[in-house]
Design a protein around this ligand. Structure first.
Ligand code: G3P
Length: 219
């Protein structure tokens, strides 16, 4: 399973990269706004900065147009920033048309705002590179986000679809573990959820004891 970080923060991307486990980055207009990145030129430059840090990992950059021509035009400009840009397109009718077009011309896509297995089938038919089911937001309305990943993984495996399931809207470390069990190909997570995977009290207690015993024998 690949690990992406879901942020537009350059510091957090660098920290995840330094950990040695980073496979890519996902962003969206809300995450850009959270970092105070506004205006077309600044946004394009920020994507370039992200791509430079990630080097060859995939970087999802989201379009804000909702009509076919707008999505395609915007997507082409985003794809020009760097070879590792993946054009992130919303799960709407015009978005599916645009994904099919990008597939035809060899541009990678990430179909975002996915909340059902039916939407997942359509995106795979259009040839999306990645599919982003938002599991945290599904849980928020008292449905089963991880269950959705499981359902899509089963369908994709039966049908032989090549679209990679990218579990998104991850809120905690358990979402990462559960997504791995459910068959996600990728998780995109906040840095805290990634670092949370390190935590276990027995590790801390065990390490403290090993170091104390070493110190006793080596005074
Ligand atoms: O990856 C999608 C993500 O950024 C949305 O997360 O927490 O706003 O549902 P959230």
């Amino acid at each position: 399973m690949k690990f992406f970080i879901d942020t537009a923060s350059l510091d957090q991307i660098k920290e995840a990269k330094d950990l040695g486990i980073l496979d890519g980055v996902t962003t969206n207009p809300s995450l850009m706004a959270k970092e105070g990145i506004t205006g077309y030129d600044n946004i394009m430059k920020h994507y370039k900065d992200i791509c430079d840090i990630v080097e060859d990992g995939d970087v999802s950059a989201e379009v804000i147009s909702t009509d076919f021509n707008g999505i395609v035009e915007e997507g082409m400009r985003l794809a020009d920033i760097a070879p590792n840009i993946v054009v992130k397109v919303p799960m709407i009718k015009e978005g599916i048309k645009a994904i099919a077009h990008f597939t035809e011309i060899g541009i990678s896509t990430n179909c975002t705002l996915v909340f059902s297995a039916g939407q997942a089938i359509l995106a795979a038919k259009a040839g999306a590179t990645y599919l982003s089911p938002f599991i945290g937001r599904v849980d928020d309305i008292n449905w089963d986000g991880v269950g959705l990943i499981e359902e899509i993984a089963e369908i994709y495996s039966i049908q032989g679809y090549e679209t990679e399931i990218l579990a998104a809207s991850i809120r905690n470390s358990k979402h990462i573990v559960d997504s791995a069990r459910a068959g996600a190909d990728v998780v995109t997570c906040p840095l805290d959820a990634i670092l949370g995977l390190l935590k276990h009290p027995l590790t801390d207690i065990g390490l403290e004891k090993f170091l104390a015993d070493y110190r006793k024998g080596n005074q």
